[in-house]
Design a protein around this ligand. Structure first.
Ligand code: BGC
Length: 411
């Protein structure tokens, strides 16, 4: 029997911009308008319907829920903090607590206030101070009710999509800027980590758990020759653990600045280097259909074994691991359940081998705004009818709910 520990955290994740709607002071809102992309608009109207959504979360037996605070609502103009929006998020957190659901709160999930972006965003050194000021305002108010904090969601994805591939705002393609952003995000995390701990200490609250949510992939060599094996190991070092390593190296206070590791896992990359050269080593993937593999609706490989592999790779850090995201976009709900089942099976396998996993949060609680891909990808346990905003609980949600209730994985 596949049984998870009693105190395991079970739930799903969302982020503010993707579900709340009308996020008008953010850089993404402006960019969607300018770039002629699908606009996030009202998203899922979760800002209004959060209580109803949390009733569903409760009915599905989740005991945890990951959400993000929207910086641009809290600080819509530089230095002007909104008490009203802070109160909104306090109500959101209390609504979870009243339902006995553990909130896991992210401070930065890809979006920035528009004013911050206009000042040069994360490329500038002062970005760290701005982020700290905002984090201080929020964490002081919510400390009493929150035990788990994620400072920054997927820094590596944010850097690559916004500053190297140029597909997300501000659409830069500059290694120099990417390096500046990385340095500032590392510093922002470390400083926010210590700030949050200090706040709790000062208020005599028990020690919180603070981390980042790191996107990890299984990098699998297409052929097991030296070139492809080398490239896979290199990518693992750069994309999966590079940011974590930098946090650990740079923390002068001597702490690890990570109380656990938040892991977001979705897919694998089949590594096939075509030519020598740093770009090829870093990005080439196998192109033809020889390795047929199940895909999600965005064409990403479904590879449950990979979560076992990455967890085994992270074991060396000797830190608890929380799966802060894992999920599939698909129009076939049976495929969604298969995906959840097979990933949980592999997580359990890693736990048997000594990896300490403390929770699993499916991405996402509901269908939502999938960034530059708009609303077509359906990641939700709960479907959204975007005409009526009606919530449709999928059968995969009920099956996952049974696991959350019993801690036992049954097919
Ligand atoms: C992000 C989410 C996103 C999901 C699916 C993660 O990279 O944190 O915001 O919707 O993956 O692409």
């Amino acid at each position: 029997m596949i049984k998870f520990p009693q105190d395991f955290l079970w739930g799903a994740a969302t982020s503010a911009h993707q579900v709340e709607g009308n996020n008008i002071h953010s850089d993404w809102w402006q960019w969607e308008k300018k770039a002629g992309k699908t606009r996030s608009g009202q998203a899922c109207r979760h800002y209004e319907f959060y209580k109803h959504d949390f009733d569903l979360v409760k009915e599905l037996h989740h005991n945890a829920h990951r959400l993000s605070i929207e910086w641009s609502r809290i600080e819509p103009k530089e230095g002007k903090f909104s008490r009203k929006e802070l109160k909104h998020y306090l109500d959101v957190i209390l609504a979870l607590r009243q339902r006995n659901i553990e909130p896991i709160v992210t401070l930065h999930h890809f979006t920035n206030p528009e004013w911050f972006a206009k000042l040069g965003g994360w490329t500038k050194g002062r970005s760290v101070d701005y982020f700290l000021r905002y984090s201080d305002f929020v964490t002081r108010a919510l400390a009493k009710y929150v035990r788990y904090w994620i400072t920054i969601n997927e820094p590596t994805i944010y850097i690559s999509h916004s500053y190297i591939f140029g597909v997300w705002p501000p659409q830069e393609k500059s290694y120099l800027k990417a390096a500046q952003v990385e340095a500032n995000l590392v510093s922002a995390h470390i400083k926010a980590y210590h700030l949050i701990h200090k706040t709790y200490k000062r208020s005599n609250l028990s020690r919180p758990s603070v981390s980042i949510a790191q996107n990890v992939m299984a990098f699998v060599p297409y052929k097991r020759d030296l070139k492809n094996r080398l490239a896979s190991a290199l990518r693992d070092m750069v994309y999966n653990t590079g940011f974590i390593e930098r946090i650990m190296q740079h923390d002068i206070i001597g702490d690890k600045a990570l109380d656990f590791i938040g892991v977001n896992y979705y897919s694998r990359q089949l590594v096939e280097v075509q030519k020598f050269g740093i770009d090829h080593l870093a990005t080439d993937v196998h192109q033809d259909n020889y390795h047929r593999c199940e895909k999600n609706s965005l064409g990403w490989d479904v590879y449950p074994k990979g979560i076992y592999e990455v967890l085994m790779g992270l074991k060396k850090y000797n830190l608890p691991i929380m799966i802060t995201e894992n999920g599939i976009c698909t129009s076939d709900d049976k495929q969604r359940w298969r995906y959840i089942y097979n990933h949980l099976k592999n997580i359990h396998r890693a736990m048997k081998k000594g990896v300490c996993v403390t929770g699993y949060l499916y991405w996402s609680l509901m269908d939502n705004f999938e960034w530059d891909k708009g609303f077509a990808p359906r990641f939700g346990l709960i479907g959204i009818d975007y005409k009526t905003y009606k919530r449709i609980v999928r059968s995969s949600a009920l099956r996952f709910g049974r696991v959350c209730k019993t801690g036992v994985l049954l097919q």
